[in-house]
Design a protein around this ligand. Structure first.
Ligand SMILES: Nc1nc2c(ncn2[C@@H]2O[C@H](COP(=O)(O)OP(=O)(O)OP(=O)(O)O)[C@@H](O)[C@H]2O)c(=O)[nH]1
Length: 545
């Protein structure tokens, strides 16, 4: 239940000197919010603490000059555990200070006290149950992989949100951090890897949500369980269903490589099909042709009269050229019911379309089950309600006590390796610099970042013809070569316009909405996505200007 926003924030607001009864000047508001959000006491512990984050976020949304980095800098489990996200510079500084023992992390006692034991037990019980499921899975078809199903976030009350978000208890995190001085020497500069590993060992989920990339003990392993041919509007693709030892989810790889369907493909010089190594290897002694074919380890086109099982490979084969790859996160609302709150459906469609026009029509879309930037559908739905109150997509996540983006890409990298496409590098279809960084950290070279310009923005820019764009945030990713911002030749802007409006599912057209525009701009302005803002305002196009 939402409480009425009451006094704590407003009573402390600096009022405009010449108009004490009006709202504070925007600059003062920014400064004030900044001081609140970085104060060691912060708004969380005052009266109305349960609601202060939301108030702060809502007010922040109105204040110019505020970015995601200004929100909840001081957050830690001890002050409600709303967020671990700090700017990178501060995270590194904190890491260095904690590493030399100069800082003791704030106590979480208050948050712990608030919770009745019963709730604690329920959560514990749920985790045990989840672990049992994981163990069972390990004896299932994953054969050889240690499957582990992480606990799903419990329906936790307010003070347990941090744990629900990160799957970690405050004492575990504190214990991990207290152990750090031992992991790093006071006489030598603290090494971030030591911090990562020490925190990761005790509290991997918490460490991940601080933004430190975590090297878990367990090497990521994936296994393609089955593959099949799917005819689509863009031609045939092969859908691969993967299991992994990290998150118990079925991530997908959609591979476009139509040459595989030609029976003559074998004879083509230098042609390396995009195939899963873990699918094609022999799974057990005496495995039958029928078994191999059923799971998709066949070559050419499968039919009642022709069924050729794939030869068992000895080595994963790597492609010589850099294929077009999209690492896409699931979005039920955008992709299935055509929500106009986001561009996810359009991006999935565009990715398949762009790959269908790539050399040899070859490429891969990884479809990761990281709904809602990793917070899940339930939390995303809640976030949408907060967005209706005026928060943007980043603020809404933070107000729920979640990270702005909780996704990881270790499994994605392992899937690309399994498909043999990680060899000579990839051409990555994205605007998101985190994805580029994640691949590079995984040792996969991103030879080119191919931008995904929203169709509406392409259409609006086409109206105004090329003009100097206002680059909002120069980024490291900008150093990578990017493909020109041209729509694909077979889907010209006019063709998008003639399709059904609002359809964002595969094969759909251009979509426009006020909420979509706000979401896209937030991605650029607050999440650092590498896009130029359109030069023609939305209304101008709608009015035919
Ligand atoms: N929490 C939250 N998630 C959202 C919202 N809108 C879309 N999403 C999720 O955001 C994710 C979008 O993922 P992607 O399309 O892979 O990528 P991206 O981070 O936007 O980056 P690009 O590669 O440039 O498209 C999906 O999981 C969506 O469900 C929102 O308002 N709140």
């Amino acid at each position: 239940m939402l409480h009425q926003p009451v006094s704590p924030l407003t009573t402390h607001l600096p009022l405009h000197p010449s108009h004490p009864h009006t709202a504070p000047a925007s600059e003062e508001l920014s400064d004030f919010l900044l001081s609140l959000s970085s104060s060691p006491i912060g708004p969380h512990q005052g009266p109305g603490a349960a609601f202060d984050n939301l108030l702060l976020a809502a007010a922040t949304a109105q204040a110019p000059g505020m970015t995601r980095h200004h929100l909840q800098h001081s957050s830690w489990l001890g002050n409600g555990g709303k967020s671990f996200q700090m700017p990178r510079s501060e995270r590194l500084r904190m890491a260095a200070r904690v590493g030399t023992g100069a800082v003791t992390p704030p106590s979480d006692q208050e948050g712990e006290k608030e919770e009745p034991d019963k709730q604690e037990e329920e959560v514990q019980e749920k985790e045990e149950k989840d672990e049992k499921v994981g163990e069972d899975a390990a004896h299932g078809p994953l054969s050889g992989l240690r499957a582990r199903t992480p606990p799903t976030p419990p329906q936790a009350p307010e003070a347990k949100r941090a744990r629900a978000a990160t799957g970690v208890r405050a004492p575990e995190l504190r214990e991990a951090l207290e152990a750090l001085p031992a992991a790093t020497s006071a006489s030598t500069p603290p090494r971030i890897t030591s911090l990562r590993n020490a925190v990761a060992e005790k509290a991997p989920a918490a460490a991940a949500s601080t933004g430190l990339s975590v090297q878990t003990e367990e090497e990521v392993q994936v296994k393609c369980m089955a593959r099949t041919r799917i005819p689509t509007a863009y031609g045939p693709v092969f859908l691969h269903v993967y299991h992994n030892n990290q998150d118990g989810k079925e991530h997908l790889a959609i591979v476009s490589d139509p040459m595989q369907l030609e029976s003559s493909a074998d004879g083509v010089e230098d042609y390396v099909p995009i195939r899963s190594h873990t699918l094609d290897v022999q799974w057990r002694e005496g495995e039958t042709a029928r078994e191999r074919i059923t799971r998709g380890a066949y070559v050419s086109r499968l039919s009642g009269s022709s069924a050729e099982r794939a030869p068992v490979p000895t080595q994963p084969r790597k492609l010589d050229d850099a294929p077009l790859v999209r690492i896409h996160s699931e979005c039920f609302t955008g992709e299935t019911i055509g929500s106009l709150r986001c561009d996810c459906g359009e991006q999935l469609d565009s990715a398949l379309s762009l790959i269908a026009h790539a050399p040899g029509r070859r490429g891969v879309v990884l479809y990761l089950r990281q709904e809602g930037r990793g917070i899940g559908l339930l939390e995303k739905v809640r976030a949408y309600n907060l967005q209706d109150l005026g928060l943007d997509t980043v603020q809404a996540n933070l107000a729920l006590g979640r990270g702005e983006d909780e996704r990881t890409y270790g499994v994605a990298a392992a899937m690309l390796r399994d498909l043999g496409v990680a060899g000579e590098g990839i051409r990555l279809l994205t605007n998101n610099p985190n994805k580029v960084d994640a691949m590079q950290q995984e040792g996969i070279s991103v030879q080119e970042r191919v931008p995904m310009v929203p169709r509406d923005w392409q259409a609006r820019d086409a109206l105004s013809h090329p003009q100097p764009h206002s680059r909002s945030h120069p980024h490291a990713g900008d150093l990578l070569p990017t493909a020109p911002h041209t729509p694909n030749p077979d889907s010209p802007i006019n063709a998008w316009d003639t399709r059904t409006k609002g359809a964002t599912i595969v094969g759909g057209g251009v979509v426009r909405s006020e909420e979509l525009e706000k979401y896209l701009r937030t991605k650029v302005m607050r999440m650092g996505h590498l896009l130029d803002l359109p030069t023609v305002p939305s209304a101008a196009r709608e009015n035919g200007a």
